[in-house]
Ligand binder design. Structure first.
Ligand code: AR6
Length: 169
């Protein structure tokens, strides 16, 4: 079974095989965690993203990590939350699956996720966390041994810890 760890802090500091970027469909950078990742990785990251020609919501694309301690960045645009009735849960689940599939293809053993869509894109935190934890737990991993949920702030960390522990009972 996959090992799950919950940490609090800045995902750009994590020395893992891959960190996930909560991107937008252009893959050309933005605010939030996307901005932090581009700043820390340096301008080569944007140069690597331009030829990818964007990415659909729920899908994922991979680049090197450049100046980051992580080997790869897996970019995934999460859904913008409207009311939960516009396919948001399936799209968010698809983000986690697409990222894990790419991590597998690239022989990654450790992958760190931010809480995709829970910032600018407005996904309710409890619901997003439920989907994140369930999808990672149910993914048929072969190479990925450990997933780190990197929470920004103590409230998000509390919600993740609750869901991760709850799922074990
Ligand atoms: N490390 C870990 N988590 C972080 C960091 C960080 N350095 N910075 C923010 N977070 P958001 P979204 C958390 O808004 O909702 C961008 O402009 C943050 O607290 O970054 O998927 C993109 O270009 C929140 O819990 O991403 C898109 O346009 C989580 O990361 C749009 O925002 C996600 O918040 C995507 O929106």
């Amino acid at each position: 079974m996959i090992e799950i760890e919950v940490v609090q802090g800045d995902i750009t500091k994590l020395a893992v095989d891959a960190i996930v970027n909560a991107a937008n469909c252009s893959l050309l950078g933005g605010g939030g965690v996307d901005g932090a990742i581009h700043r820390a990785a340096g301008p080569d990251l944007l140069r690597a993203c331009i030829p990818l020609n964007g990415c659909e919501t729920g899908k994922a694309k991979i680049t090197p990590g450049f100046k980051l301690p992580a080997k790869f960045v897996i970019h995934t645009p999460g859904p913008v939350y409207r009311d939960g009735q516009h396919g948001e849960p399936a799209l968010l689940e698809s983000c986690y699956k697409s990222c894990l599939a790419l991590a597998e293809e690239n022989d990654c053993e450790t992958v760190a996720f931010p809480a995709i869509s829970t910032g600018v894109y407005g996904y309710p935190w409890e619901e997003a966390t439920e989907i994140a934890v369930r999808t990672v737990r149910n993914f048929p991993v072969q190479k990925v041994k450990k997933v780190i949920f990197c929470c920004f702030g103590t409230e998000m960390e509390r919600i993740y810890r609750e869901k991760v522990l709850g799922a074990r009972i």
